[in-house]
Design a protein around this ligand. Structure first.
Ligand code: HEM
Length: 484
């Protein structure tokens, strides 16, 4: 029988892994103990930078199965046939907290999906909310600064949070959503997912439609009250991570139905607001949900670091049949993610097993740190070439679309930030409104400046006078006359 020898990282058997090599039993320690040196040095390098946002997360493997024929809308190969299954990986996360922070905080949840299709990987990097706080990528670093820690105290800072939100009224829809019951999901299984942005599907004939993705949980929606969430955060900060792992381990596989809303391309010019503005939802009366398929998560990762921490999702990881839209947030994200991955994981992150496409990757990119595959071997390494190297396929170009306008730094033309959050308030039962108002009051109470609170109350009032008045009363303030 071969012995199960412990080896050094270069494969040589280790003679002693419990006692370092010393001069005599008392020491000092000898630098010639190369196994000790390597062990300590490798340990020092165990951490890679955590994600700058969405650092705390849990992931699982599964599959996506097509349940409805959508080939008249998209030529995406993984959606080509009812019954077709595509392997996938999902990662759910909170946004603002660090990698060790509590799961049950009030925060959007990331809903990141990687489909390993036969025409390359397709990533859908969404949230559990259909909208976002801002609608231009240029505001993202400032927005995230307000969600992170104060540079001096290293504490979370409600002043910054409400200062930014009250000065960015486009955030009101998402803030109202976040302060409502769905702001703290009971588990990662009991929440919906959304692509949030507008994307474009293109069919085999080259005809396009604008789409929005919806993933409806088959487990049903369940949320935590603030009180219960706070208690769990103290008792078990990894509550959601544990729940997902245990559910899958016990064979209780979570599943979501995927739907799309479909908008004809020309409607984007005449819809009552800009359909590319990610702070808005499209009415389901105008654009009803169309079923596409079902995603099931049925396998836990074998190794968290290799599969979850090193997973790299990007809204720019697209396949033929799925294109982007002019959404200004989405456009900025097309740069941000792979750039983050090159920094956080390395230039060859897409070659790691969790990120590697299941079809053959053939291109002329070579070398770089940690190039651990065959690096293209001796095959031709430039293009154009006369050696039969891989060539482009014009039928797979992104769909062309007309653009016009003057190059300038400008906002979207549509600036109604109040109708949709007002509708969201009016849609709620009295009990839900009571909890919503109380959550706003509790969250805004620690803000130092009345000026900031009054500005936010003004926005709430403009969404719905009752909404603004109730939050003002809860804070012991009056709605400012100028917004009435
Ligand atoms: C993660 C940037 C908006 C969802 C990240 C990361 C960055 C980033 C740098 C870390 C990536 C990594 O290290 O792997 C941005 C920028 C945005 C933006 C610049 C706006 C311009 C959004 C929006 C959504 C979203 C609108 C959802 C609709 C996510 C998710 C993750 C993430 C789910 C975690 C992915 C994972 O699980 O690895 N974002 N983000 N982000 N972002 Fe964004």
């Amino acid at each position: 029988m071969t012995k199960n020898n412990l080896t050094t990282s270069w494969g040589a058997p280790v003679g002693d892994n419990q006692n370092s090599m010393t001069a005599g039993s008392r020491g000092p320690t000898l630098i010639q103990d190369v196994h000790l040196l390597e062990k300590l040095a490798h340990f020092n390098r165990e951490r890679i930078p955590e994600r700058v946002v969405h650092a705390k997360g849990a992931g699982a493997h599964g599959y996506f199965e097509v349940t409805n024929d959508v080939t008249k809308y998209t030529k995406a190969a993984f959606l080509s046939e009812v019954g077709k299954r595509t392997p996938m990986f999902a990662r759910f996360s909170t946004v603002a907290g660090e990698a060790g922070s509590a799961d049950t905080v009030r925060d959007p949840r990331g809903f990141a999906l990687k489909f390993y299709t036969e025409e390359g990987n397709y990533d859908l990097v969404g949230n559990n909310t259909p909208i976002f706080f801002i609608r231009d990528a240029i505001k993202f670093p400032d927005f995230i600064h307000t969600q992170k820690r104060h540079p001096q105290t290293h504490l979370k800072n409600p002043n910054a949070v409400w200062d930014f939100w009250s000065l960015s009224p486009e955030s009101l829809h998402q803030v109202t959503y976040l302060m409502g019951d769905r702001g703290i999901p009971a588990t990662l299984r009991h929440m919906h997912g959304f692509g949030s942005h507008t994307f474009k599907w293109t069919n085999a004939e080259g005809d396009g439609v604008w789409i929005k993705y919806h993933f409806k949980t088959e487990q049903g929606i369940k949320n935590l009250t603030q009180e219960v969430a706070d208690k769990i955060a103290g008792e078990n900060p990894d509550y959601h991570t544990e729940d997902l792992f245990n559910a899958i381990e016990n064979g209780d596989f979570p599943a979501w139905k995927m739907y799309v809303q479909i908008m004809p391309l020309e409607d984007a010019n005449t819809y009552r607001f800009d359909p590319f503005d990610v702070t808005k939802t499209w009415s389901q009366k105008d654009y009803p949900l169309i079923e596409v398929g079902r995603m099931v998560l049925d396998r836990n990762p074998e190794n968290y670091f290799a599969e979850v921490e090193q997973a790299t999702f990007s809204p720019g990881t697209l396949v033929p049949g799925v294109d982007v839209s002019p959404d200004k947030m989405l456009q900025g994200r097309l740069f941000a993610y792979h750039d983050a991955h090159r920094y956080r994981v390395g230039a060859n992150h897409q070659a790691l097993p969790i990120n590697r496409a299941r079809n053959e990757v053939k291109n002329y990119q070579r070398d770089g740190a940690m190039r651990f595959d065959d690096n293209g071997g001796s095959s031709v390494y430039y293009e154009p070439n006369s050696y039969g190297g891989p060539t482009e396929s014009p039928e797979n170009k992104q769909a062309a679309y007309p653009v016009s306008g003057v190059a300038d730094s400008v906002a979207y033309d549509h600036n109604d930030h109040y109708t949709q959050p007002g509708d969201l308030y009016r849609l709620q039962s009295e009990e839900e409104r009571e909890r919503l108002v109380q959550t706003f009051v509790n969250a805004m109470k620690p803000v130092e400046k009345d000026e900031i609170k009054l500005r936010q109350i003004g926005h709430l009032y403009k969404a719905d006078p009752e909404f603004g008045t109730r939050v003002a009363e809860g804070l012991g303030l009056q709605v400012p006359e100028e917004v009435k």
